[in-house]
Design a protein. Structure first.
Length: 91
C-alpha cells in the first residue's frame, strides 16, 4: 500500500469518525432536550399545585415556605430551559 493510499484511508476513517461523532452529539442533544421538556412540564405542574396551595393556606409560615419553593422552582425552570444550548451546541 502506497503512502497516498494510506493518507486517503486515514482521511476517510477520520471523516467517518467525525460524522459519527456529530451524529452522536445530535442524538444526545435531542435526548437532553426531550428530557428537559418533560422535567419542565413536571415543574410547571408542581408550580400550579403550589399556587393553588398558596391561596388556601392560612398559616403565614407555610405561605412563606411555599413562596420560597415556588421561587426556587422558577429558577430551576429557567436553568432547564438553557441546558441543550449550553451543554451541546447544534451541529
Amino acid at each position: 500500500m502506497g503512502s497516498k493510499e494510506i493518507t486517503r484511508l486515514r482521511r476517510e476513517i477520520w471523516q467517518e469518525f467525525s460524522d459519527s461523532q456529530v451524529e452522536l452529539l445530535n442524538s444526545l442533544r435531542d435526548q437532553i432536550s426531550s428530557r428537559r421538556w418533560k422535567i419542565m412540564l413536571e415543574v410547571d405542574a408542581v408550580q400550579e399545585y403550589l399556587a393553588a396551595l398558596e391561596t388556601t393556606v392560612q398559616d403565614p409560615d407555610i405561605t412563606k415556605v411555599l413562596a420560597e419553593v415556588s421561587k426556587r422552582l422558577k429558577e430551576v425552570h429557567r436553568e432547564l430551559s438553557r441546558i441543550p444550548e449550553e451543554v451541546i451546541p447544534p451541529f
